[in-house]
Design a protein around this ligand. Structure first.
Ligand code: Q46
Ligand code: ZN
Ligand code: ZN
Length: 325
């Protein structure tokens, strides 16, 4: 098996591209895929300041690394979800990555800042853990991006994730979700722009990118993901991909290129006028936003605080601050 670019020994085969790559050219390939996704979907402009949502997994760390290499000014944002050992380990992977590169890392710990963790919130509010988690993460991404003056929030959703969500939305013909399933959501009504620059890369490719680039990441999956129906959709799409390489990318990217605009008219429900949450100031359709309602049901009162830390030159200060959490 030879690398398509240099004819040296290949470390990975990518049937959908009819190509094999050595480590060096796999890295170049992945960065090029991200550059093309950003350009095609007009996600970012040259040199933009980007807040990268990092979980400690392969996708978000690969994304942070690639955006850095593409010349964006990045800050990592890690949210401590309080999911036992899983969260403790994931924080360590993120801190290690940031420390090695002298990268700026912002941490928000749900328990110390908002008085709840995800397992507790799920129990007290009768939401599923992923629903409480998603709501919390979206709110904090938006808030921190606006507070820091970042041009956009970037998340590590890859092609497998997005194709699986699309598959689920098509199975149920969720027109409103289909209309909004874009790799870039423009800033609006006091919300920052959101981008998914990994939509041209599969999770196998981001994992290989991390291994070849020496990025240590958390392999373990979140223990609260059990029962998530997207896992089954991913398996179904992988079965199709195995016999018909390229189907997954075609399914998702052709939807973006040729179909999503048709759903915009079909699925567009009159967008509720947004007011301002009287508690936190975030845009909200009601007087109190969903996040503040979750916090008041799930949380214990805490003294609010925020942690912004520059890692590298100030490693000692950083460690001190982080240990507090
Ligand atoms: S972290 Fe949170 Fe995921 Fe865990 S609780 Fe669900 S949403 S599965 S990306
Ligand atoms: Zn090569
Ligand atoms: Zn609020």
């Amino acid at each position: 098996m030879k690398c398509r670019s240099c004819r040296g020994p290949a470390v990975i085969d990518l049937p959908r591209h009819n190509a094999n790559f050595c480590g060096e050219h796999l890295v170049a390939f992945c960065r090029e895929q991200v550059r093309r996704a950003i350009a095609e979907f007009e996600m970012l402009e040259e040199g933009d300041r980007v807040l990268v949502a990092v979980s400690g997994g392969k996708d978000s760390l690969a994304l942070w690394d690639i955006l850095d290499h593409l010349g964006y000014e990045t800050t990592g944002l890690y949210i401590g979800l309080g999911i036992g050992d899983y969260s403790e380990d994931s924080a360590e992977f993120v801190r290690h990555f940031a420390r090695e590169r002298g990268a700026e890392l912002l941490e928000v710990d749900l328990a110390s800042r908002h008085g709840y963790d995800i397992p507790g919130a799920a129990q007290r509010t009768k939401r599923t853990p992923c629903s409480a988690c998603g709501l919390s993460k979206r709110h904090i991404f938006d808030r921190e991006a606006l507070a820091g003056g970042h041009a956009a929030v970037a998340t590590g959703h890859n092609l497998d994730d997005e194709a699986a969500v699309l598959f689920g939305n098509v199975l149920r013909w969720q027109l409103d979700y289909l209309a909004r399933q874009r790799p870039v959501l423009p800033a609006r009504d006091g919300l920052p722009r959101k981008v998914k620059p990994l939509v041209r890369l599969t999770e196998r490719e981001t994992a290989a990118y991390c291994i070849v680039s020496g990025i240590d990441y958390q392999v373990e999956e979140c223990p609260m993901s059990a029962g998530n129906k997207h896992i089954g959709y991913k398996e179904a799409l992988n079965d199709i991909e195995a016999t018909s390489p390229g189907s997954k990318a075609d399914f998702y990217l052709s939807f973006q290129r040729r179909a999503v605009q048709h759903f915009e008219q079909l699925g567009a429900t009159a967008r509720e006028a947004l007011r301002t949450c009287t508690s936190c100031g975030a845009p909200s359709p009601s007087d109190t936003c969903a996040f503040c309602r979750l916090e008041s049901m799930a949380g214990q009162p805490v003294e609010l605080r925020s942690e912004r830390t520059a890692i590298g030159d100030h490693a000692t200060t950083t460690t001190g601050t982080m240990d507090e959490t």
